[in-house]
Design a protein around this ligand. Structure first.
Ligand code: UD1
Length: 333
């Protein structure tokens, strides 16, 4: 089966392409390189010993996108391409709405025109806002606190209406918790441009001595050590979740929602201490004020994904920390 992967050179997209190729899917990548680099294609090929088709284009560009559908005739789509920085989305909301919504609308149009019935969408736990209880289940109320999160929620709604209007379309919404880690080969990982917003990329810059110390945003939350608690999930586990989702699209039309997390909450200090222990390296840090918009704790109930997709996370935070650091060391060689 041929799968079109938008944003296939990004952090989660590239790991998913590897898993798809290893499971003998044909992969067509569309990416505009806005937050990725072209050498990722060679890394994917080196890991899998297989080839991919690549098109450098913006999914919002309908004319160019249609040429890809005409030529490649994909049977399924996994849609990762999106802007994803929370802070930037507050400063540039129109850019976020334009990019994230229009790209998805164009893909829906192409699905209708080229009879593509299988679609997997990259959503986020951010659609749960600040939940009243934990762990988070898929039927919890949806609420967002920033434009990035609102784009994800709006797209979920658009896809719901789209599915209702079509007979045979199957859409799987995957709500990711906090993806970290890297491919065990050390060839793929997360390497954001500029100063990172997210915790693990920041820790890596400190490990690399590019940044002096980590700033921990608050130690006065109602958690075991006062720092924020999150459900970190290894990116390879997350990538595998997309293959399980694709299997589901082959079985049943409709729209289905799944949390992809481990179900375990770890604090910022847990992650820092584990990183230090497994990699034998010190991460200097200081405690700062809380970051606006952060919640104290957030972790998933992923039972539904296990029951309906047969998926569950296998890797723990030790592997996440080891693989992330291994990627850093390999990228220096
Ligand atoms: C954020 C986004 C989420 C997105 C995810 C991508 C929100 C509110 N957050 O999640 O939508 O999918 O990134 O991975 O929508 N921390 C520090 N110092 C730092 C960075 C982070 O102490 O330099 C702390 C944070 O306060 C938090 C934890 O580390 O407690 C994780 O933060 P981060 O990696 O940014 O992820 P989230 O905010 O959970």
């Amino acid at each position: 089966m041929k799968v079109l992967v938008t944003g296939g050179l990004g952090f989660i997209g590239s790991h998913t392409c590897v898993e798809l190729l290893e499971a003998n899917y044909e992969v067509v990548i569309v990416d505009n390189l806005s937050n990725s680099t072209i050498d990722v294609i060679d890394k994917i090929k080196a890991i899998t010993n297989k080839t991919v088709s690549f098109y450098e284009l913006d999914v919002c560009d309908e004319v160019e996108l249609e040429k890809v559908f005409q030529k490649e005739r994909p049977e399924a789509i996994i849609h990762f391409a999106a802007y994803k920085a929370v802070g930037e989305s507050v400063e540039k909301p129109i850019l976020y709405y334009e990019n994230n919504l229009i790209s998805t609308l164009k893909l829906c149009k192409m699905m209708q025109k080229y009879h593509v019935t299988k679609f997997v969408f990259s959503s986020s736990a951010t659609v749960y806002g600040s939940p009243a209880t934990l762990p988070i289940k898929e039927d919890f109320p949806l609420f967002t606190t920033n434009p990035y999160g609102t784009t994800k929620l709006m797209i979920e709604k658009i896809l719901k209406d789209f599915v209702s209007s079509q007979k045979d379309i199957s859409v799987i919404i995957l709500r990711y918790f906090n993806p970290i880690g890297a491919h065990p080969s050390g060839l793929l990982g997360e390497n954001p441009k500029g100063i990172p917003n997210n915790l693990m990329p920041y820790i890596l810059k400190v490990a690399d001595k590019e940044l002096e110390r980590l700033h921990i945003f608050g130690n006065d939350y109602d958690t075991k050590d006062g720092t924020g608690v999150r459900d970190y999930i290894h990116v390879v586990d997350l990538a595998k979740g997309h293959l399980c989702a694709l299997e589901k699209t082959k079985k049943e039309p409709g729209i289905f929602y799944y949390n992809l997390g481990t179900g375990c909450g770890y604090s910022v200090l847990d992650l820092v201490k584990t990183f230090e222990r497994v990699n034998g390296i010190k991460i200097p840090y200081q405690i700062d004020h809380r970051r606006p918009g952060d919640v104290a704790s957030c972790y998933a109930d992923s039972t539904k994904a296990y029951q309906e997709l047969g998926w569950k996370a296998e890797l723990g935070i030790e592997e996440m920390c080891k693989d992330a650091y291994h990627f850093l060391l390999e990228s220096k060689r």
